[in-house]
Design a protein around this ligand. Sequence first.
Ligand code: AHR
Length: 520
Amino acid sequence: MHAGPALRVALACLLLCQSLPAAFAATVTPTAVTGTVQLDRPGPVIPPELYGQFMEQLGTGIDDGIWVGPGSAIPNTRGYRNDVLAALKALKVPLLRWPGGCYADIYHWRSGIGPRAQRPVTLNRWWGNKEEHNGFGTHEFFEFAELVGARTFLNVNVGTGTPREAAEWVEYITSPTNSTLARERRRNGRDAPWKIDFLGIGNEPNGCGGRMRAEWFADQFRQYVGFIAPHGGTTFIASGPDATSAEWTRTTMEIAGQHLDAFSMHYYTLPTGDWTVKGPATGFDEAQWRATFEQTYRIEPMIREQRAIMDEFDPEAKKALVIGEWGTWYDPTPGSPGGWLQQQNSLRDGLVAAANFNIFHRHAERLRVAGIAQMVNVLQAMILTDGPRMVLTPTYHAFALYRPFQGATALPLALHSPAYGSLRAVDGSAARGADGTLHLALVNLDPRTPMDVSLALPGWHGQRVSGQVLTADAIDAHNTFDAPDVVRPAAFDGARVADGALTATLPAKSLVVLALEPID
Ligand code: AHR
């Protein structure tokens, strides 16, 4: 391959940009990005469950957002909104997590079974003290997962529950026997048992899950898994705290390591990093745009730290790291009910999602499950609803563009990029699908400067490339019920493949996802 002008600029940048402060690099505004996709070094298969979704009994995350009940005027299938269901099926959601979150540790499963009219009304102490009518319970969750085509991730109550309550719930759900609990499930309308693919014990036990210390929680974890016996097996997940803590992870691995299959961390992106004033979802300036990405990229050293601790105890990576909750958390939409965590979703969120996916792919050897918080109407949602109306967010579109990465084989992507703040302006990931297609995702965080990308693809002989781009005019561009298509993917024809190299110009503030066809 000849070193063309773009490559020469890139080589100069490689030498300059890495040794000079970001401020200087920014003043010379280099726009060339170079790199290599290492096709001969296939990595792990990207678990589809990295694209999981979290749904909690919180605000309109489930009631109104997913579940309207069979008698609703909103078109529905046995109570589930048809519009939301269709959108989620199109997204190929691989995994659903329920009932919380903090709610898991105040949820008692018997409130959510049996005839709906007779279910108790309970108070949601964590989320606005909302009256919960429990119309969406165990049967509704597992039927919903079947309709969506997703695997299941259930969290049992440790904070206000007991091992007995958890064990009985699991028996009710999974037992094929004629036990009293299995017969009760059948009387309530479900003959065949369901499978619990992932079982979380507690949630954020240091905080809303019971203000526990790591030692106390680890001992309780051992006790719970000793009594819970899911038919058909499950992956037992030990919950981590509400922020990553090396000490907590180490204690869990020491005390409960031999009893767990996975360990879960949570991390939220707050533009300011300050829980008292997080920053607005729209109407922000470029400083907050940049700060948001700087905050989101903090997850990568956290993952590395968690991996390193798990490696000490489990060098063969038999046990998985889970990111049970991730996503943006802003100041709530002005005027929205307290504790409902409603926020708009802009182009920034779509790019935050993409940035996280690229990071997740890099760690897929150990990181095997993730759940964005949350699926509908809450925090960084895919979907917003208002009565009968529904709108898809930029985050939804980012998930849709990354669908081909589910189950593809990760490939190392070495990138040299100009800086944007303390970050690389351009980040990305690559993977090879089962049919041989090479998938490339590239994110340009710089909101003003397009980037010329030149990637070596040693050993690649195909020439056909197609792509899609997610971008918009404004950094806070977003979709509303009246203008639902302000931010949506468009065809991208700015990429070329020739002589084993790819060139493309990424628009400013964009996500570009490319599919390179192999030669037959
Ligand atoms: O997603 C909202 C809340 O954030 C969850 O309930 C809790 O686990 C976390 O603190």
